[in-house]
Design a protein around this ligand. Structure first.
Ligand SMILES: O=C[C@H](O)[C@H](O)COP(=O)(O)O
Ligand SMILES: C=C(OP(=O)(O)O)C(=O)O
Length: 402
């Protein structure tokens, strides 16, 4: 297999697969599949991200927290893709800058969790880790990790890509010209190494290895250990890669990540996705950006204003307030402007469906509304209206001063 040699490293957040023989069978099967995304398309995305890293474009990355299997999720992926495209148009027109839309989709089937187990009414079961690992239902059978789910993830990703490529407006040429097309490019967290490694493919012409699971993959806040399997995985592939950066990150850690993931300082290769929280961002981000930039790294910086701003609502549901989200986006833009660096874009959890998971917006969702349509499998997402609110805010914030 091509993407091996990670076995000796410690990799956080991996499932306890019950049966090594079944796992080996599935891993072998995955290694025989065609890549989900053509390798050359990852290079094309990398070139667009290079423009963003140079300050000539913005990245708009968005989609579900946790994609699910099944037909309902396929339909929702279409409306999410359409919403992302509409947001890209709003920002691109409003701020007069090319926008690179990048779906958080066709691969977002595995989730890192804060705790390995979940307790309800005195019953403790393994935590839900995404449809590629186990089921959301709260029974022992649902929560058992099943390697065959990785095959279903592959098939569902392929079907999702087919659907979003067929949507009207999915025109690669339009995007090349700087007018946002549909998010033809897709991304997800490269969390589940038993899925990612067997999907690595080699470009025969160049000998370079690529993740075949998506155009762009990122390493999460919980798995960015410098000596861990996830960083080693990302170091061996040529795709553009991201790393989530939370409030405890240090400049030395980021400089070490730059050394491991982008030793040749190539714009477009590495994106830092900062998720500090509205309270911590002003304290933490300036020092990180300053030191990494001073070291000569051309990394693209984008803000994820979702993951540092999760709150628990009175009824116990996880939620996020539009006020916190907008405060973090504003602070991100201001900090970069003060430093003379480029605020490179947004990373959002959103859906095209009219869910009630985040609070606020011009057609406001209130705390009392949360139970109405709370359908996420993990974290709260912006609904279509809230996502468009943020697109108009971004158009304002990124509009060049006249
Ligand atoms: O999406 C991110 C993480 O998987 C999620 O925030 C973890 O949520 P938890 O704290 O409920 O495990
Ligand atoms: C888990 C995620 O975020 P983070 O790693 O930033 O917590 C995510 O984006 O799904």
């Amino acid at each position: 297999m091509i993407g091996t040699a990670l076995g000796a490293l410690k990799s956080a957040q991996q499932p306890d697969w019950p049966d090594p023989a079944t796992l080996a069978t599935v891993v072998d099967l995955l290694s025989e599949q065609p890549p989900l995304t053509p390798l050359a398309e990852s290079d094309a995305l990398r070139a667009r991200l290079a423009a963003a890293a140079r300050g000539e474009a913005l990245l708009l990355q968005g989609g579900h927290c946790a994609e699910e299997f099944g037909d309902r999720a396929l339909v929702e992926a279409e409306s999410t893709a359409t919403t992302l495209r509409q947001m890209a148009e709003v920002i691109s027109y409003g701020a007069a800058v090319p926008v690179v839309p990048l779906g958080r989709m066709a691969g977002q089937y595995a989730k890192p969790r804060s705790k390995p187990t979940e307790e309800r009414d005195g019953v403790t079961l393994p935590a839900y880790r995404g449809d590629a690992v186990n089921g959301l239902g709260f029974t022992a059978a649902d929560r058992a990790a099943d390697p065959w789910r990785m095959m279903t993830a592959y098939d569902t990703a392929a079907r999702t890509l087919d659907r979003i490529r067929l949507l009207p407006g999915a025109d690669a040429e339009a995007e090349v010209a700087g007018v946002p097309g549909l998010p033809l490019h897709v991304s997800h967290e490269a969390l589940l190494l038993d899925y990612e490694s067997p999907l690595v493919r080699v470009d025969e012409a160049t000998g370079r290895r690529y993740a075949g699971s998506g155009h762009f993959v990122w390493i999460g806040e919980r798995t960015r250990q410098l000596d861990g399997g996830h960083v080693a995985f990302a170091a061996q592939i040529a795709n553009p890669v991201g790393v989530k950066v939370g409030p405890t990150a240090t400049a030395d850690e980021l400089l070490a990540l730059v050394e491991l993931l982008d030793p040749d300082a190539e714009p477009g290769r590495l994106t830092f996705i900062t998720r500090m929280g509205a309270e911590a961002i002003r304290e933490v981000l300036p020092g990180l950006v300053e030191k990494v930039t001073a070291a000569g790294s051309p990394a693209l910086w984008v803000t994820d204003p979702m993951h540092g701003n999760t709150r628990v609502a009175p009824g116990g549901r996880k939620t996020r307030l539009l006020d916190d989200i907008t405060a973090e986006i504003r602070a991100f833009v201001e900090i970069h402007r003060e430093l003379g660096t480029h605020p490179g874009g947004l990373h959002l959890e959103l859906t095209g469906a009219h869910v009630t998971e985040c609070v606020g917006g011009t057609d406001p969702v209130t705390l009392d509304d949360l139970d109405l349509r709370y359908t996420t499998a993990c974290d709260p997402r912006l609904n279509r209206g809230q996502a468009l609110d943020l697109a108009f805010l971004a158009a304002d914030l990124w509009r060049p001063a006249t």
